[in-house]
Design a protein. Structure first.
Length: 262
């Protein structure tokens, strides 16, 4: 029998091959156009400077008075991320419905989702600080607005890719559009929507910690204050608190996703 040779790596008729070549060309052009100082990054002087800077963080501040401030800040960061994600999930689902439909509403909804997620959380927080003032209100709303754009796009893709069999069966029985969505489409995609929401909650924990840098409350506000004053021990304690909070939320989210997958 004649041996079967594997297909060639490149085929002029293969669209994926041309796309891969275009991506590789973009990567090469990016390296060529950027002035990346690799020698300085891996030099002995750079390593010594980084070592001295990291050594200043030890030991972390463990005084009771400071830890008493750290606990409420951790809770505030967690609360900001939870409320912001919950608001974003509701708004994202509302925007995903027209974004997954056909017609002019689809283009308008997708343009709105692009605008919401194109602006970073820090910029939204800076804008909302003018209206809401300093504190967690601006940070929570900034998380909600930006995450609405992200979840809305993900939800729309999930709705578009949902199996049409259950929905077609209900339509054949004379069900309304609302009934088809509630009893066929939504139960099919609900585990995926919840998975997306939990993943964004994990991301919003990190984002909420950063938003405090612009005065939006939580651990980030403590971090900006003490780092600006070069209180390196207190800064180290804040970073440890951030790591603990992220680890706890990641573990909880992982358990919830495993529970939903059963």
């Amino acid at each position: 029998m004649k041996p079967v040779l594997p297909p060639p790596l490149f085929n002029a008729r293969c669209k994926a091959c041309w796309f891969t070549l275009a991506v590789l060309a973009l990567v090469v052009a990016s390296f060529w156009s950027l002035d990346l100082q690799w020698a300085g990054l891996f030099s002995a002087e750079g390593a010594r400077a980084m070592g001295r800077f990291v050594a200043e963080f030890w030991p972390p501040d463990t005084h009771a008075a400071f830890l008493a401030k750290l606990g409420p800040a951790m809770w505030e960061t967690l609360a900001m991320s939870a409320v912001g994600t919950a608001l974003a999930a509701a708004a994202g689902l509302a925007l995903a419905l027209p974004a997954a439909a056909q017609g002019g509403a689809r283009a308008v909804a997708r343009t709105g989702l692009n605008a919401l997620r194109a602006v970073p959380e820090l910029v939204w927080a800076a804008l909302l600080l003018i209206a809401a003032g300093l504190g967690p209100m601006a940070g929570t709303l900034a998380l909600a607005v930006h995450t609405s754009g992200v979840l809305g796009r993900l939800f729309a893709e999930a709705l578009e890719n949902a199996p049409t069999g259950p929905a077609d069966a209900l339509r054949a029985q004379g069900a309304t559009r609302v009934q088809v969505f509630l009893y066929a489409t939504l139960p099919t995609v609900l585990p995926q929507l919840l998975s997306y929401t939990l993943y964004r909650w994990e991301n919003n924990i990190r984002a909420a910690a950063v938003l405090g840098v612009v005065g939006a409350g939580g651990l980030g506000q403590l971090l900006a204050f003490h780092l600006g004053l070069f209180h390196m021990g207190k800064t180290a304690s804040i970073l440890v608190a951030m790591l603990i909070l992220v680890a706890l939320v990641d573990g909880l989210s992982d358990r919830l996703r495993r529970w939903m997958a059963r």
